[in-house]
Design a protein around this ligand. Sequence first.
Ligand code: THU
Length: 137
Amino acid sequence: MTNKELCSAAVDAIKNAYAPYSGYKVGAALLTKSGKVYTGCNIENASYSPTVCAERTAVFKAVSDGERDFLKIAVAGGKNGEIAGEFPPCGVCRQVMSEFCSADFEVLVVKGENSFTEYKLSEILPYSFNPDHLNKV
Ligand code: THU
């Protein structure tokens, strides 16, 4: 699975996004160390706060399937599902990633057709609160 293929899977996952309130449709594709790909989309709710992002959908699908070791995630999105620049993961999704992923976990943010920017989790979530901090202070 190349980075480009993972980004294509994220773009493809946009088609299932349920975003009747914001109109922003997002897709994600998570690659496990075992070589599986879990996709996710954002799922909004009339009560707004139960809305879940594409990245967390992908992570939760994987974890509920018994997978916890992840290599990288690709994310793509935009108004009406059209990609017109980077749509980076929100803070809550970064926090969820930090629960299962190491500092060098890669986040590929799609910014256009055939182009993406690669970030390390530690770069987009520095000084994170993670499982290591529990029971240590
Ligand atoms: N959204 C995601 O799916 N991922 C992010 O990391 C940022 C935001 C979704 C949530 C909501 O449905 C819409 O984009 C607008 O915030």
